[in-house]
Ligand binder design. Sequence first.
Ligand code: NAP
Length: 233
Amino acid sequence: MTDPVFLITGASRGIGAAVARQAAAAGHRLVLTGRTAAPLEALADEFGGPSRALARVADVTDWTALTSVVAEAEERFGRLDVALANAGASVVTSFLGTTGAPPEEWRDLVLTNVYGPALTARATLPALLKTRGHLLFTGSAAGRGVRPGNLYAATKWAVTGLAQAIRAECVGTGIRVTLLQPGLVDTESIPPSRANDPRLHPDDVARAVLYAVGQPPHVDVNEIIVRPAGQRN
Ligand SMILES: NC(=O)c1ccc[n+]([C@@H]2O[C@H](COP(=O)([O-])OP(=O)(O)OC[C@H]3O[C@@H](n4cnc5c(N)ncnc54)[C@H](OP(=O)(O)O)[C@@H]3O)[C@@H](O)[C@H]2O)c1
């Protein structure tokens, strides 16, 4: 079996699940991870069961869990071709303290959004090196401009830097690195303050991911920004 193998963190819903469905339709075998077993297992069943998809619980801040999933994926499928570091969290913040979540909740935000993709990269790159594979990150349009008081945006600036640092380290290896920077997407992570703003569907972002992955090996799509028409920044 030579069908390519695609690992996704945060695959249980939203953007991750949409990418999983489009990747499966394009012939990829899937490695689906997140913190909740039931939706991952339901997706794996949808894709044809154990020969086509592996569903495993792994918190992206847990190094041992991530490396175990990659090892199991290589053992089950014999290869890893694509990894999408997608899992992320969103919390409303204010540094003046006038609104938003208490600082005790900021730690998990930073760990999930910054430490998580860094660990995902470190866990998957040795396997991607063997296949001259493709590593992608779900950053955000918030990782480009200034958003007042917004720690989430700062974590996505960190993802921008992470993707660039990893791409620079991977030059000459054949590994491709892509940073996705979506604008507002209609998922559970939208803050109530943006409920009436223009938004993308998760499938819109998934198409951008599959575009980058589907390029020939000599084409490295490094950044894709995709906003809903009408989004200001
Ligand atoms: N929605 C937007 O407007 C938007 C815009 C730009 C970028 N993004 C980014 O897109 C990515 C996906 O978000 P989404 O909008 O699709 O949100 P979502 O529907 O809330 O999905 C988040 C996914 O991440 C998983 N997850 C959360 N924390 C995790 C952890 N510590 N370890 C492993 N998995 C974890 C969740 O599953 P469990 O809870 O079961 O673990 C879920 O599968 C995030 O990085 C987000 O920042 C979103």
